[in-house]
Design a protein around this ligand. Structure first.
Ligand code: AHM
Ligand code: MG
Length: 335
């Protein structure tokens, strides 16, 4: 009987290539995977489990929390706090760093997550997901504070996202490419279905919230105008547009068939620095995209080079097919 390569088997085999690996990292990924499975189950049951609708609370960003935001956050905390793999956690849904209860041993990793990306899609049966990022805890630190999390994205040990769509899919990178796993409900395991995912360098598909057009900066306006002009314009070919309202969905599509996803700097979000969060959204997605051969920028800087200044910092995000992102960056340079 053929089972396929489970994500656990995959990680263990990958770790064997590193003489110094202790198994801690494998356990950490396992605990993350359990959290994602629990969230996937709640998502798939929806109204039957009473998990849709508003929680009646706000998060640190002043955003209305959905029941699933709160539930997914709890799942991540409970699955990852006890095992001795993480030293502390930080979440888009929590004001401060989550320090572990005293009874649990401290581990070597810092875990950051957006427990439920695309919250506005929860009640319309749209695509949603979970994004996570793993950093090393600095040596000698047992009670990490926010400053210990403020490491550039290039320091990430691993990054990934679970996409709750028609299938539940986990995409993961530990710095050696990107692999995709589909949840097989019959055995309760994520099985390798999309090995060595690559983002095509060229593409003719873009994703941007066009309702913000009047707020865009000239380089983004120029890029989109040229795409819209199609065969008659300077690009000499037609482009297609998609917008899922959940970065996980748009980025998963980019990983599968290329394209660019933009939540750029604009006048509407200028005061905040952008719409998407650097530590929970931009950095892990940038690592996935770069590891799959794509590019990730703010328009002016490589995302993974940014020195974070705050846990909940927001940044412009432009990720996807290398040549398209390079073109958009060039437009920013030209002004
Ligand atoms: P969330 O983490 O609160 O769900 O917000 C992030 C989401 C992204 O997934 C998505 O790309 C974007 O916000 C959608 O924004 P908009 O409402 O402008 O379409
Ligand atoms: Mg999000």
């Amino acid at each position: 009987m053929q089972v396929g390569t489970t994500v656990t088997q995959f990680i263990i085999e990958e770790q064997r290539r590193h003489a110094h690996a202790t198994g801690d990292f494998t356990s950490l990924i396992n605990d993350i995977v359990i959290a994602c499975k629990a969230i996937a189950n709640a998502v798939s049951r929806g109204s039957l489990a009473g998990v849709l609708g508003h929680a009646g609370t706000e998060n640190v960003q002043g955003e209305d929390q959905k029941k699933l935001d709160v539930l997914a956050n709890e799942a991540f905390l409970r699955c990852n706090e006890w095992g001795g793999r993480v030293a502390a956690m930080a979440s888009e849904e929590m004001d401060d760093v989550y320090n572990l209860p005293a009874v649990y041993p401290r581990g070597r990793y810092l875990l950051l997550f957006d427990p439920l990306d695309g919250s506005s899609n929860t009640d319309v049966n749209g695509i949603i997901g979970t994004i996570f990022s793993v950093l090393r805890c600095p040596d000698g630190v047992t009670e990490p504070s926010a400053e210990h999390f403020l490491q550039p994205g290039s320091q990430q040990v691993a990054a990934g996202m679970a996409v709750y769509g028609p299938q539940t899919i986990l995409v993961l990178t530990t710095g050696y490419g990107v692999n995709g796993f589909t949840l097989d409900d019959t055995i309760g395991e994520f099985v390798l279905t999309h090995p060595e995912m690559r983002v095509p360098e060229d593409s003719a598909e873009f994703a941007i919230n066009a309702s913000n057009q009047r707020h865009w900066e000239p380089p983004v306006q120029r890029y989109i105008d040229e795409c819209l002009a199609g065969t008659d314009g300077p690009r000499g070919r037609d482009f297609n547009m998609r917008w899922m309202g959940a970065m996980v969905g748009d980025v998963y599509r980019v990983l599968c068939r290329g394209g660019v996803f933009l939540y750029p700097a604009d006048a509407k979000t200028a005061k905040k620095g952008g719409k998407l969060r650097l530590m929970y959204e931009a950095n892990p997605v940038a690592m996935l995209i770069e590891q799959a051969g794509g590019a990730a920028s703010t328009g002016r800087e490589r995302l993974l080079d940014l020195q974070p200044v705050g846990l909940h910092q927001r940044v412009p995000v432009i990720v996807g097919s290398k040549h398209e992102v390079e073109r958009i960056v060039a437009y920013h340079r030209e002004g």
